[in-house]
Design a binder for this molecule. Structure first.
Ligand code: AP5
Length: 221
């Protein structure tokens, strides 16, 4: 399965990508996670990426395309992948299409998860992420058993730098202007399915699986 998950910030792309990755045994490739790993290295490149991310702006395409190409070279991506947060604009989508074509591959499906803006703000303001294993929680909707501590590995939970309300509103604007046109782009290619992101994570997952219409065979559960 080679799947793209599209959607506004906080739509649940990461949550769903993690669930589907566990179900199918293929990697979640999240451009935001790759960028945050570079930022943590505290290099010149990391500081440059952070300067865009902290303002809710997209990091320049060249930078992101290089990171994604490196990630695709890892062995685990050969059996399929779930792209989360990439592509973010038409140029990135074209680069993805060209790269896959050169490898004799193509995308199976693009699922756009939809969510109203006010729900986006609620979800993001309550998000907490594990510093150690990247597991995701929400202080109201998916709270950890012990506040601030990851249920899975005991790691520290933190709030992302770009999750303040003003930055979230900017990220929604950037999504509407730059990423939303991908719905038309992939619609024209006959790859798009839209899924309502309102509801519990397991309900949204069922909708995604229904939209895929039996395309992937679960290897677990
Ligand atoms: P990125 O990390 O990709 O962030 P995003 O797209 O804004 O999406 P989020 O990670 O905020 O949300 P999500 O949809 O994954 O939702 P989640 O599952 O976490 O990008 C960050 C920045 O990096 C960008 O602004 C940009 O600067 C840069 N960047 C990244 N990719 C780039 C690219 N390709 N090109 C250029 N720049 C790029 O859920 C959110 C919360 O809601 C969680 O707390 C979760 O527990 C909870 N939740 C999830 N589902 C449900 C549900 N069904 N019900 C209740 N709560 C739920």
């Amino acid at each position: 399965m080679r799947l793209v998950l599209l959607g506004p910030p906080g739509a649940g792309k990461g949550t769903q990508a993690q669930a589907l990755s566990a179900l199918w045994g293929i990697p979640q490739i999240a451009s935001g996670d790759l960028l945050r790993a570079v930022v943590r290295e505290d290099s010149e490149l990391g500081r440059e990426a952070a300067s865009y991310m902290d303002r809710g702006q997209l990091v320049p395409d060249e930078f992101v395309l290089k990171l994604i190409a490196e990630r695709f070279r890892k062995k685990d991506a050969r059996s399929g992948f779930i792209l989360d947060g990439f592509p973010r604009n038409v140029r990135q989508a074209e680069a993805l299409g060209t790269g896959l074509e050169h490898a004799g591959l193509k995308l199976d499906k693009v699922v756009a998860v939809t969510l109203p803006d006010e729900e986006v703000v609620k979800r993001i303001s309550g998000r907490r992420t594990c510093r150690n294993c990247a597991a995701m929680y929400h202080v109201v909707f998916e709270p950890p058993a012990e506040p601030g501590v990851c249920d899975k590995c005991g790691g520290e939970l933190y709030q992302r730098e770009d999750d303040g309300e003003d930055t979230v509103r900017e990220r929604i604007k950037v999504y509407d202007e730059t990423t939303r046109p991908l719905l038309d782009y992939y619609g024209r290619l006959g790859l798009l399915a839209q899924v309502d992101g309102v509801g519990r994570p397991d309900e949204v997952e069922k909708r995604i699986l229904a939209a895929l219409n039996g395309m992937a065979v679960p290897i677990k559960g």
